[in-house]
Design a protein around this ligand. Structure first.
Ligand code: HEC
Length: 138
């Protein structure tokens, strides 16, 4: 009898979960993306900070990245290559760079091989692009 009761509780938990997923709208999908991006930012954190009080580390701080000129974080010593890259960060330049940093900006000094997974890159962008220049969230 006890086992049967456990089964019923589990089954109803699964049904509730499915209903919640079906109800999730576009806003929730973006929030989910940003949450996934925050998790993959663990791969960047040895060298990059973002959010309130973020400082330059081995790499530049990444606040206000959306719309920021490449090579423009105050007080960071960029490679000449990135400093003179001459583009602005948006979803598409970011995706190109993350896929293959050395092809997008030859001679840059970011020691990171790149990422193949486009959806991971998109999630990272959803996460990074919601920080304002002062580190607050949009
Ligand atoms: C081993 C250290 C390291 C890791 C790991 C790393 N980066 Fe970098 N990153 C750098 C350095 C160093 C630079 C500056 C490159 C230069 O000046 O040529 C940089 C530059 C950048 C820039 C350009 C910023 C600007 O101001 O133009 C972006 C965007 C960036 N990294 C994103 C990421 C993301 C996202 C990750 C994680 C997926 C990551 N990096 C992982 C070291 C790293």
């Amino acid at each position: 009898m006890k086992e049967k009761a456990t089964y019923i509780v589990l089954a109803s938990a699964i049904v509730t979960g499915a209903a919640a997923a079906a109800l999730a709208g576009a806003g929730a999908a973006v929030a989910q993306d940003a949450a996934a991006g925050q998790a993959s930012f663990a791969k960047c954190q040895a060298c990059h900070a973002v959010g309130p009080g973020a400082k330059n580390k081995l790499g530049p701080e990444l606040n206000g990245l959306a719309g920021r000129q490449a090579g423009a974080a105050a007080g960071y010593q960029y490679s000449p290559a990135l400093k003179s890259a001459g583009f602005t960060w948006d979803q598409s330049t970011f995706a190109d760079f993350m896929q293959n940093p050395r092809t997008k900006v030859p001679g840059n000094k970011m020691a990171f091989a790149g990422m193949r997974d486009q959806s991971e890159i998109a999630s990272l962008w959803a996460y990074l692009s919601h920080f304002n220049v002062d580190g607050s969230s949009k």
